[in-house]
Every structure is written in C-alpha cells, then in structure tokens.
Design a protein around this ligand. Structure first.
Ligand SMILES: *Cc1c(COP(=O)(O)O)cnc(C)c1O
Length: 396
C-alpha cells in the first residue's frame, strides 16, 4: 500500500525519463506522450534550451523573496505582457493560484471603484478552475465540490455558450464573468467566437470584468499565444499556467492597467511566486514560443491531427461519435450505450498498453494534448497505435 493520498487514478507504469515527445519507464518501455502531463509539457520533455536555462539559474540563485529587484522577473513580465492584452502580471506557482488571484482582484476592483456590493461571478457549467476553495466554488465539477461545504459564496453558474442565460444572471451584485475559451477538464468544449464576443458586450454593458481562464488552452495550444485572441476580444483578466512553465511550477494572473490600479503594496503576495528558477524557465519558454512560426506550426499540426482523428471516428463509428477542439487541444468522444461507465478511461488505459499516452476528460472524452512541437511523423505514429488498439476492442 502506497503512503500517497489516493486522489488520483494512477496506472502501474513508473516513468523515469522523458525526451521530446517520448516518455520512458523504468523498464525502458517507450511511450508516445499525447497527454503531456495534461497540456503542461508544451515544448516536450527536457527541451534543451529550457533545461540549460534552469541549470544555469540553479548555479546562480534559487530564491531571494520579492523584497528585492530581480531582472529575470521584470524581463519575463515585460515580454509576456507585451505579447498579449495585459499591462501587469502577478506570477504564481500553479493554475489554481493564478485563478484565485484573479478572483480576489475582481472583487478588489469593484471595492476600489466604490461598488463594494459587486462581488458575484457568473461561471459556466462544465467549467474547471482548480482546487482551492474559491476555485472549486467557481467550478462546475460535482466530485471536486462534494463534501467540502459550505463553499465560498458568490458564484452563479449558467449554461456554457448560452448568452441569454448569462445576461439574465446579471444582477446589481455581479462583478465579473469567468470562462474558459476551450473547456479542458469539462471535455474539450469550445466557446463559440460569438459567445466570447457577446460576453465582452455584456461585460461592457453592465460594468463587469471579463475573466478568461487560459490555464489549459493558453500558451500556444490553440494556435495563438492565447485562445481569446481568435475571437477578436480583449479580456480584463487572464489566468495562465500549465504550458507556461513546460513542467516547472509556474502560473500567471494577467490584467489591464485599469484592473491593476486597485492593487497596492501588501494587498496580495506569494513567497515562491516569481522565484528566479521559475522566471528563468518562463523566459526560456517564451524564447521558443515567440520565435517566428511557432503558433503557425501548432495550428497546422493541430488541423492535421484533427483530420486524422476524424478519419478514425469514421472508421470506428460504434466506438466514437465526434472530434472536438482546435489546435493541439483535441478530444474524441466515446459513445455511450454499451452499459459501460467510464469507457473513455478504459480506452485511455488500452492506448497506454499499446504505447500511446492520452488522458480522460469529462463527457466521456479521450483528451489529446500533445507537446506543441510534434511533427507529422508523431501524428502518424499515434494514429497507427489508435487503429491497432481500437480494432481489438470488443465491448462485452
Ligand atoms: C488545470 C487547470 C486549473 C488549475 O491548475 P493547477 O495548476 O492544477 O492548480 C485551472 N484552470 C484550468 C482551466 C485548468 O485546466
């Protein structure tokens, strides 16, 4: 019996090493990694440029507290905000902390602007925002919430992609709208561009902040630095994490100057947030992502992978009903109707046995989030493993 708290479904394989798009077990079995630690290893495992940056920083300075100036921090903050809508950023160690930071700031913003009665946030069914009390209160996942009550007050959940539902949920107490442009845990469900544009209009009409959670779908995964860009909107707050550190614990809460005006010395903080190691890694990840052609590569390989997955759905119509997502955040929906619960988990397990790593998401999805550096050869290797695996499946 392991001493580890059993909150994760863990397979038997023990991973000891990673290189590019591949993971290796202690027995030296090789796995093609199309999970990437759930959309984390954006540049693949042990990317040489990122490893070099981390090693070089490790020889210089690990931690010194935010009480001092740190070049790496100012540089990373400037480059990241220059590349998107934001004027200011707060760095964290995880996605939940980045979302939590945004949830605190959206209340502070209205308090600062003499509307302290505005504290409620409209959130989406199927949304996932992390595991802190505020994050599970905001999220739509019952299992994540169950037994932890009383939860934090102030979240009004409405149907995803339903603008009328959002507008009718607005009250004089509403402070903000929180949405993922592509729901990851919720099952690779995309917000339509019209929905995101409509949210911006509603936010403007009622004086609300638009808070976009890009912890999973951001940092290049949909084929642009952030997914909101593709809807042509400007958010007020964006949370980022996962792919931003390529596996080093790092998150960011980005915001406009208008929002940042409410924050001053002592109003928020984090001991480890923006530590030198994380900043060195973040800068190294940006070096690669902001070099020309990176996002185009993601869009192109994503479109190719989606086309190949659509062929597979077509070849195995009794197993699958559709492919969802864009860029390299994709999902294949497993059909119900065999009386088998969690069929997606079973198929993720069978793919793993054949050497392909994916992950399961809500709504019976096989989630496919490979490193953003995959090439056509990896797509063909993955789809060959899928065909072999699915040909052998006989429910019953
Ligand atoms: C994973 C995730 C989080 C939480 O990030 P952690 O690093 O696990 O705290 C928040 N929001 C979204 C959309 C996520 O996918």
């Amino acid at each position: 019996m392991s001493a580890v708290l059993p909150v994760y479904r863990r397979s038997d394989i023990a991973i000891s090493r990673g290189e590019g798009v591949y993971l290796f077990s202690e027995d030296n079995d090789c796995y093609l990694d199309f999970a990437a630690g759930i959309a984390v290893n954006s540049l693949g495992h042990c990317h040489p440029h990122v490893v070099a940056a981390l090693k070089s920083q490790a020889d210089k300075l690990w931690h010194c507290s935010n009480m001092y100036q740190l070049d790496q921090l100012d540089q990373f903050a400037q480059r990241l905000t220059d590349a998107c809508f934001a004027d200011k950023v707060f760095f964290t160690n995880s996605g939940a902390e980045a979302v939590e930071c945004g949830l605190k700031i959206l209340r502070k913003y209205h308090d600062f602007n003499k509307n302290p009665e505005r504290y409620r946030v409209i959130t989406m069914e199927g949304g996932f925002h992390g595991r802190s009390f505020a994050c599970i209160s905001a999220g739509g996942n019952e299992v994540a919430r169950d037994g932890y009550g009383p939860l934090l007050d102030g979240f009004d959940r409405v149907e995803f992609n339903n603008l009328a539902a959002v507008e009718s949920a607005v009250t004089p107490e509403t402070a903000a709208i929180l949405v993922e442009p592509v729901q990851g845990e919720g099952g690779i469900r995309e917000a339509t561009p019209e929905f995101l544009q409509g949210l911006r209009k509603i936010a403007d009409r009622y004086g609300l902040l638009l808070f976009i959670d890009e912890v999973q779908c951001g940092m290049g995964r949909t084929g642009s630095l952030f997914a909101y860009e593709q809807a042509g909107i400007t958010p007020d707050i964006v949370s980022s994490a996962k792919g931003i550190g390529n596996g080093f614990p790092l998150g960011a809460c980005l915001m406009t100057q208008k929002v940042a005006n409410c924050m001053s010395t002592g109003t928020h903080g984090s001991t480890y947030g923006s530590n030198p190691l994380a900043m060195a890694v973040g800068n190294a990840v940006l070096d690669i992502m902001l070099a020309g052609g990176f996002f185009q590569h993601v869009a192109k390989t994503g479109a190719l992978l989606k086309k190949e997955l659509e062929k597979i759905v077509h070849e195995f119509p009794s197993l699958f009903s559709e492919v969802r997502g864009r860029g390299l955040i994709l999902g294949v929906k497993v059909r119900q109707g065999y009386g088998i619960e969690n069929a997606n988990h079973i198929l993720v397990g069978k793919l793993r046995e054949e050497g392909l790593l994916t992950s399961a998401a809500q709504d019976n999805m096989i989630r496919i989030t490979p490193p953003l550096i995959i090439g056509q050869e990896h797509i063909l290797e993955a789809t060959a493993i899928m065909r072999k695996t699915f040909s052998d499946i006989k429910w019953n």
